[in-house]
Design a protein around this ligand. Structure first.
Ligand SMILES: [Zn+2]
Length: 244
């Protein structure tokens, strides 16, 4: 599969670079994990917005889901112009005020995410892990029909169950907006040292740090993660394409 990083900033876009959004493609099928601010505009560098029929939202904080209504409006227009004959499927947690809006929309279909559930979309199987975050949030594990695995943690404090969930992935993207020394337990985030620990314990091939903070030196964030022995660890960058 090919994973394209559409955006990876925390809170708000940095210039023209969006917050959380990951386009995953194989065999002509595209799925999108998260639709944060700026993702609806920038994803169109890589695909037509009308070719994305499946969007998985880890949770409804703005930096992960702020653009979802733009995608819904795009689908509404495409349906009305008879350019597309399929509804947009939006997979997400059942708790959230946006859920009512999605359920009411004529051209979008809501698909609930739960920990024990999985979905199959084209060559992809998508599984979920319940995170520790102030709102209902899920990590996602995407496995393709050749066994390649991509895991995105989304927002969570460190949990040993995430190690099991991410274990053996070819690509692990860890949301870690906090520098080492900050305790993310209260608001449900990992710091860079914990991200490195997760990468090391889950024995993944490649790790990217995402949900990056706008302040401080990101190289310091990276160095903190690298103190744990692991394979490749890098900072995620908008436009990065990874084949696994
Ligand atoms: Zn969040």
């Amino acid at each position: 599969m090919k994973v394209i990083i559409i955006g990876m900033w925390n809170s708000f876009p940095k210039g023209l670079e969006p917050t959380s959004g990951y386009l995953v493609q194989k065999d002509g099928v595209s799925i999108l994990l998260d639709a944060g601010s700026g993702v609806a505009a920038n994803v169109q560098k890589y695909t037509s917005i009308h070719d994305i029929d499946h969007i998985f939202l880890s949770h409804y904080h703005h930096d992960h889901a702020g653009d979802i209504e733009a995608f819904m409006l795009a689908r509404k227009m495409a349906r009305q112009l008879k350019r597309v004959d399929r509804n947009l499927k939006i997979y997400g947690p059942e708790s959230g005020t946006i859920v009512k809006t999605i359920r009411r929309a004529k051209y979008s279909t809501f698909m609930p995410i739960r920990a024990q559930k999985h979905y199959t979309v084209g060559p992809f199987q998508i599984e979920f892990h319940r995170n520790e975050h102030p709102v209902e949030t899920y990590a996602m594990r995407v496995t393709d029909n050749e066994g390649s695995v991509f895991v995105h943690t989304s927002d969570s404090s460190y949990r040993s169950s995430l190690v099991r969930f991410a274990f053996g992935a070819d690509l692990l993207i860890i949301d870690c907006k906090l520098y080492e020394g900050f305790d993310g337990k209260v608001d449900g985030h990992m710091n860079a040292e914990q991200a490195g620990r997760l990468a090391s314990k889950s024995d993944v091939q490649m790790t990217l740090l995402a949900n990056l903070p706008h302040h401080g030196e990101l190289e310091v964030l990276l160095d903190s993660a690298k103190q744990h022995p692991t394979n490749v660890v890098r900072l995620a960058e908008a436009g990065m394409k990874i084949e696994i």
